[in-house]
Design a protein around this ligand. Structure first.
Ligand SMILES: [Zn+2]
Length: 345
């Protein structure tokens, strides 16, 4: 028999709970740790996490158990044009401005999209729509619209983006990022058969959504790589350490967002470890070496890092750059764009 870790109710016919959210390509799931009601109630924490990591999800386009949710678009910038990238790699952006001065109509158009794509079709459709709007505003006829459209296309030229396009992003906007990671850590501990009794304080912190407390037990972890390298993985390492009296989980999402969560600061159980690492491109589990933190000082030092004041650590950027290198290595495509210029019509 199993019980909900939030309310203690006996579990029957519950919905699947994904330890790592399905929207991120997480595949570990169970019906034996949380009731459907509380699963639903905590789903906003999954959503915040997914929003925070949407730019990573977009580039990897992971296979998901639940394909109902579309993978988010990400905003990028190319030649000063806001560009929106779909998870299939297609991107489009349109900058359009019309000015009239003493009867002279100037169109400032910048058009960027992946060549020969659905995005291109949509972008050109949008361009024509904008031209029709201008025609209406400045009393131009349909022939003018066609002329302007053809002229813009004739003068556009193909460019090849020679470097990967990076997106800008904000992490932990909700301030609840570490509660989301605490939920993953608790989920994994219970998934592998851990006992609620060992993590009561951690469960209370999650239940109360105690942000102050969660910052005392969770933080970014970039001390060492604890997951397979040269691939993009979701990794979980659970350690019960009777010597340091700590029970903790190391979590790495997309081999980029790495976090430690202490589930019990006064752990009195036996030594044990569990690992899980899933390669998102190869779609398979990989062996993961067990990797323990050696000293209490190291844990204290990690938890002391003030991410609220200092933001995420520089190592995150290094991981992100390596992530992009791996993404482009796997895609082996050129992203092509066309762009245009200011013209008097
Ligand atoms: Zn419940």
């Amino acid at each position: 028999m199993s019980y909900c870790y939030i309310c203690g109710q006996e579990l029957k016919n519950e919905n699947d709970e994904h330890v790592i959210p399905s929207a991120l390509g997480g595949h570990l799931k169970t019906k034996n740790i949380i009731c459907s009601f509380h699963n639903n109630m905590l789903s906003d924490l999954d959503n915040y996490l997914c929003q925070d990591l949407s730019f990573l999800t977009n580039f990897v386009n992971p296979h998901r158990d639940n394909n109902k949710n579309t993978i988010p678009k990400v905003k990028m910038e190319y030649e000063n044009v806001d560009l929106y990238r779909e998870s299939n790699g297609d991107a489009k952006g349109l900058y359009f401005r019309a000015d009239e001065d003493n009867g002279v109509l100037t169109l400032d158009v910048k058009l960027c999209h992946s060549a020969n794509s659905e995005a291109e079709k949509n972008n050109l459709h949008e361009l024509k729509k904008r031209l029709k709007g201008v025609a209406k505003q400045f009393q131009k006829d349909n022939a003018w619209v066609e002329m302007a459209y053809e002229r813009i296309l004739a003068e556009s030229s193909a460019y090849s983006a020679t470097e990967p396009l990076f997106s800008s992003f904000t992490i932990n906007k909700s301030k609840k990022l570490f509660l989301s990671f605490l939920k993953i850590a608790i989920g994994y501990f219970l998934y592998v058969g851990g006992n609620y009794v060992d993590i009561q304080n951690a469960i209370t912190t999650l239940k109360n959504r105690d942000i102050e407390q969660v910052h005392k037990i969770a933080n970014y972890y970039y001390k060492r790589d604890f997951y397979p390298i040269n691939c993009i993985c979701h990794t979980l390492i659970l350690i019960g350490d009777s010597h340091l009296n700590k029970l903790y989980v190391l979590i790495s999402l997309y081999s980029t967002m790495n976090v430690i969560v202490i589930l019990n600061n006064h752990y009195e159980g036996n030594d044990f470890s569990k690992t899980y690492s899933y390669d998102l491109y190869q779609k398979c589990e990989l062996p993961c070496r067990i990797w323990k933190i050696e000293t209490l000082e190291e844990i204290d030092e990690i938890l002391r890092y003030d991410h609220l004041k200092k933001g995420f650590p520089n190592e995150f950027i290094e991981k992100y750059e390596y992530f992009m290198y791996l993404v482009y290595k796997n895609r082996e495509i050129d992203e092509l764009f066309k762009l245009l210029i200011k013209r008097v019509f």
